[in-house]
Design a binder for this molecule. Structure first.
Ligand code: HEC
Length: 152
């Protein structure tokens, strides 16, 4: 109790002094961030899939989409801090298995990274068929994780 009061007081003092404190993000922020990032990956995948369908690779827009997907793939594992699962009571489709089977979750994330690393090259080729094959491989890697770790 006493410790809690002191912590509160210290927090209030910091707030009054207006000092910027680096705080660990809340689990709510983590859930929102990963859902927003996943959505961005979905949007970028659609951008690329549309190019494949049209048969014309727009290298500028394609590069932007590829960078977004690969960048997110690199940081994906940091979006799931311990304690940010369904036990939060928040709206999340992250299954508890993410934390119970960390090795498999990491494997799924690594599988995505291995494919997104080749995406920029496929965009750069300007070849819609090549890009299509890579987009498909990435889509499979997304699905491999969703099947195991995202609830319906
Ligand atoms: C390593 C596991 C993993 C990989 C790889 C992965 N996802 Fe996800 N994805 C998840 C989990 C878990 C959720 C549920 C997150 C939540 O609700 O908190 C999710 C949610 C989503 C959502 C829904 C977001 C929302 O709430 O609106 C989309 C869209 C999505 N992923 C797209 C993708 C795409 C596209 C890829 C591949 C480029 C991908 N994901 C790769 C685990 C993964």
């Amino acid at each position: 109790m006493r410790v809690a009061m002191m912590a509160l007081a210290a927090g209030a003092m910091v707030a009054i002094a207006g000092v910027a404190v680096a705080q660990a993000p809340s689990v709510g922020d983590a859930v929102k961030l990963r859902q927003a990032n996943m959505k961005q990956m979905g949007g970028a995948m659609k951008t690329l899939a549309d190019m494949v369908k049209s048969g014309t690779v727009d290298k500028a827009a394609g590069t932007e989409a590829a960078k977004r997907i690969d960048g997110h793939a690199q940081s994906l594992l940091t979006w799931y801090p311990v304690g940010s699962g369904p036990e939060t009571g928040l709206e999340t489709k992250a299954k508890p298995e993410i934390w119970a089977r960390q090795d498999d979750f990491k494997k799924a994330a690594d599988g995505l990274k291995a494919e997104t690393a080749k995406l920029q090259l496929a965009v750069g080729s300007g070849d819609a068929a090549k890009l299509g094959a890579q987009v498909q491989a990435i889509g499979k890697a997304c699905g491999t994780c969703h099947e195991q770790f995202r609830s319906k």
